[in-house]
Design a protein around this ligand. Structure first.
Ligand SMILES: [Fe+2]
Ligand SMILES: [Fe+2]
Length: 295
């Protein structure tokens, strides 16, 4: 195996920075929506304004809310009706997931992720993080759900580089015990949480969300927002253990052993969160479905 020199790694890292720079900008609708993410009085006008320029998205949202799980028996024909039926918070989440779906549904060859696998994993982590917060009696912020959705977006940036260096990845996975994010650093000079945080910075997402993305595999290293980073870390671990999102990394990450205890969760709480997550994920299949139809 030919080992990469420091010079090679510097060149790769420079190319990765460039890839972040030229990565598509955040969809305009999400930008509007993010501005109101923590607004307790999120009103219909704010939600409707965010999607007004994208009829395709509106169609997908209506398709999703009309699935049996969301709408019940009556058909929903407009965003206004969806707002009345589902409430602003649920509709916010559906719009957010739908806005990111086309990014997250892609096939990632470097990471061995089939189409829509990362989308399903990300929705699972978003729902689990929120359920964890609720089970702790916390009022989950919209930001936590969004952080769950975007936590692994660094994989989208790094995928071509993992693919390019795939033989070296396979060799280090075989010959060392290093965690996968450490292997990313060894070979590319950056891990997917860091690359994801760069992208979120470029998208001007809130500081807390950037910190969560950056530390989702090492919440103990977060100097701020450690608790929410820990929630996403635990949610990620739980969703992987349910078999959602396995790729080349095979969940070779360091799990914060005492994380659940530190949050005050008992093992029966975790089991309950897992079963609620599975139920909610079935409900959210309708969000994933329109994207699957395209692939
Ligand atoms: Fe990750
Ligand atoms: Fe993940």
């Amino acid at each position: 195996m030919i080992k990469k020199t420091k010079h090679d790694k510097d060149i790769t890292l420079e190319r990765i920075h460039k890839a972040v720079d030229v990565h598509p900008r955040m969809p305009a609708m999400l930008k509007d929506l993010m501005a109101h993410a923590n607004d307790p009085e999120l009103d219909f006008k704010q939600l409707a304004d965010s999607v007004r320029f994208d009829p395709g998205i509106t169609m997908n949202i209506l398709k999703a809310v009309n699935s049996a799980a969301f709408s019940g028996s009556q058909r929903i024909d407009s965003l206004q009706q969806a707002f009345v039926r589902l409430g602003s918070k649920r509709l916010f989440r559906i719009i957010m997931a739908q806005g990111l779906a086309s990014h997250l549904a892609m096939k990632l060859d470097g990471y061995d992720l089939e189409p829509h696998t990362l989308l399903k994993h990300s929705i699972g982590v978003a729902l689990t993080a929120e359920t964890l917060a609720l089970s702790l009696g916390r009022h989950p912020k919209e930001m936590l759900f969004t952080a769950g959705l975007v936590h692994d977006m660094g994989k989208i940036v790094l995928d071509p580089f993992v693919q390019e260096n795939r033989r070296e990845f396979d060799a280090q996975l075989r010959d060392s015990d290093a965690a996968f994010d450490q292997i990313e650093i060894n070979i590319l000079g950056v891990s997917h949480p860091q690359a994801g945080a760069w992208l979120m910075e470029k998208w001007a997402f809130p500081e807390e969300l950037i910190a969560i993305v950056n530390h989702h595999h090492h919440p103990n290293l977060a100097t701020e927002y450690r608790e929410t980073a820990l929630m996403v870390h635990l949610a990620d671990t739980l969703v992987y253990s349910l078999g959602v999102g396995d790729g080349i990394d095979g969940f070779r990450y360091i799990v914060t052993e005492d994380g659940a205890v530190r949050l005050g969760l008992r093992s029966q709480d975790i089991e309950q969160v897992a079963s609620i997550t599975l139920e909610k994920m079935n409900e959210w299949d309708s969000i994933i479905q329109p994207e699957c139809d395209k692939t």
